[in-house]
Design a protein around this ligand. Structure first.
Ligand SMILES: [Zn+2]
Length: 92
């Protein structure tokens, strides 16, 4: 199990094993920079985003959106043009 320096928590930990859903360059970045623990946090965030924005996972624009969000979450958004996600759950 490879150990990586996680770009989110800054610690050396076991890398994420299977960044499900993500492909290509984003997947490569995640495998090289994301730890499993932060990944588990991201999955919870992703579920919230999907619910909040009523995302359709069959829609290609959802891929773009989640690719940007996951890179921002792991501080891998080079150039800084992508707004980071500070998700605030709606008050109920
Ligand atoms: Zn981490």
């Amino acid at each position: 199990m490879p150990v990586i320096a996680c770009s989110r928590c800054g610690q050396e930990k076991d890398a994420v094993q299977k960044p499900a859903f993500y492909r290509g360059e984003v997947r490569e970045k995640l495998l090289a920079n994301a730890c499993q623990e932060c990944w588990d946090e991201w999955i919870k965030m992703q579920i919230m985003l999907i619910n909040e924005y009523r995302l359709n996972l069959m829609d290609p624009s959802t891929d773009d959106f989640l690719n940007k969000q996951v890179l921002a979450f792991f501080k891998l958004d080079e150039g800084g043009e992508i707004a980071s996600v500070d998700y605030v759950p709606p008050a109920e």
